[in-house]
Design a protein around this ligand. Structure first.
Ligand code: DC
Length: 228
């Protein structure tokens, strides 16, 4: 591909966006950009500094003035997040505590403003597959192809439960479903950049589909839009 393209993918937690975005990026030789990890980094740093992200959002806002976040090509088709000069250890972002705190920091207007241009600048990396909650609607409104990838809450809870890492000790499939539902509620109802399908996005309902089938669909729609 000689031109640069952007593929934007939104959808609720544990819908399989990352798996599909990674597969798509690999097949197209493009960059995979996960914006959830950027919000998770702010949550992780806030927790580390003992900031109460729910009751003291002003402390998160104040910290943004001294924090820095940049992105670096990791040489493997993804990006490293460099936070305050150090690469973020992505495994540390994959805890139930960080997941819930990330949904809370994502409600803070100053956090979203701080993030927006940094995310848009990822276009300079090359052709990108960017996933999140507001990529089609806010971050990349002119993306070449836009998708909303979703699945039933039961299927998403099953998928999340099957992954190691993000599950708190003693969690059950019911508690995982409740945590996902609470994050969806927050992400869909915040006043700024809420999670919602962009009217021009292709909605893919993935229950009963394999990641490869979803990726085939994403690539087919992208090629049609890009006239490749
Ligand atoms: O995709 P994820 O589960 O890693 O995202 C973590 C949280 O970050 C999610 O609950 C809401 C927030 N988020 C957001 O508000 N906007 C994005 N573009 C990506 C994530």
């Amino acid at each position: 591909m000689s031109n640069l393209y952007q593929i934007a993918i939104d959808g609720p937690a544990a819908a399989g966006k990352s798996t599909v975005a990674k597969l798509t990026a690999k097949r197209l030789g493009a960059f995979y950009v996960n914006t959830g990890e950027m919000y998770r980094t702010i949550a992780w740093a806030s927790l580390k500094e003992g900031i109460d992200v729910v009751n003291a959002p002003e402390k998160v806002e104040a910290a943004l003035k001294r924090w820095t976040m940049t992105f670096q090509n990791d040489g493997k088709g993804e990006i490293d997040i460099i936070f305050n000069g150090h690469p973020v250890v992505k495994a540390e972002l994959r805890t139930a505590e960080v997941a819930m705190a990330s949904s809370n920091v994502a409600k803070i207007p100053a956090v979203r403003t701080w993030m927006l241009q940094k995310q848009r600048d990822c276009r300079l990396l090359g052709t990108i597959i960017m996933e999140g909650r507001d990529i089609c609607t806010v971050v990349l409104p002119d993306a070449t192809a836009k998708f909303f990838i979703t699945a039933t809450p039961e299927e998403r809870a099953r998928r999340r439960f099957a992954q190691s890492g993000e599950i708190a000790p003693g969690a059950t499939i019911q508690s995982v479903a409740a945590e996902i539902a609470e994050r969806d509620r927050q992400d869909e109802n915040r006043p700024i950049a809420p999670l919602k399908p962009s009217p021009d996005a292709t909605v893919i309902f993935t229950d009963g589909m394999t990641p490869e089938q979803v990726t085939d669909k994403v690539i087919a729609v992208f090629k049609e839009k890009a006239q490749l």
